[in-house]
Write a protein that binds this ligand. Structure first.
Ligand code: HEM
Length: 201
């Protein structure tokens, strides 16, 4: 019962940014032009990208938080939070196609050459796809030990997201650097764990 309530609470909380965006778009359609700034399309790309990164960080912080706080139950919720990272990253990709690329596919090659961070972002998104597909208990059973190996990709995805953000630095470096530092902090315990000599024989 408590688990179900926690699941529902996390689900609803995770949808808040989405509904916030939805109401902003509805108000924009209704004529409130200033609601998303002078470039609403770009603002939607920024907003969804930031939330994709937030959920990626949250997914990654669950394991160290579970160990440090000794709260095993946290791990149960990692899957849903990870799925929301994929959800916001997919909205971000769609927003880019719709508002910045304007579905002009022949332009995509030129865009990628001019802005290499797009390629890095795409790679991160593509790598999230197999993790999302195999996130179920069924796939966990089918892949056995390989499941863990595959899902370690999430660390690399985190690094790609940070590079994607850092490559965009123009005037304000604060947020990309802050996100990168936070990412390195949540990854640090795993890195130290994998370097620790195995003392169990
Ligand atoms: C895991 C995948 C991704 C994450 C976590 C992510 C994250 C971010 C973040 C945090 C920002 C900056 C937001 C801000 O400045 O407030 C951003 C911007 C952006 N991202 Fe992504 N992104 C991802 C994938 C992609 C993909 C697949 C594309 C498109 C092919 C893309 C295109 C862009 C664009 C165009 C911008 C705005 C750049 C600008 O005009 O300054 N991203 N992304």
């Amino acid at each position: 019962m408590v688990l179900t309530l926690r699941r529902i609470a996390i689900f609803l909380l995770s949808l808040i940014p989405f509904f916030y965006l939805l109401q902003a778009v509805v108000r924009l359609q209704a004529g409130e032009w200033d609601i998303l700034g002078p470039e609403p399309g770009r603002e939607i790309v920024f907003f969804t990208g930031t939330w994709a990164f937030n959920f990626l960080l949250l997914t990654l912080v669950i394991t160290p938080a579970k160990d440090i706080l000794k709260q095993k139950w946290l791990i149960v919720h990692r899957r849903m939070i990870g799925l929301f990272a994929f959800f916001y990253a997919s909205l971000h990709l769609l927003a880019y196609f719709a508002f910045l690329l304007e579905w002009q596919w022949p332009e995509l090659g030129k865009e990628i050459i001019e802005r290499p961070y797009l390629l890095v972002g795409m790679l991160a998104w593509l790598m999230l796809v197999p993790l999302t597909i195999t996130s179920t208990k069924n796939w966990q059973r089918r892949l056995k030990r390989n499941w863990k190996k595959l899902h370690k990709l999430v660390y690399f995805i985190g690094l790609l997201a940070a590079v994607h953000y850092l490559l965009q630095i123009r005037s304000s470096w604060f947020e990309p650097v802050l996100y990168t530092v936070l990412l390195l902090l949540v990854l640090a315990p795993r890195f130290m764990q994998s370097r620790r000599p195995n003392t169990q024989g």
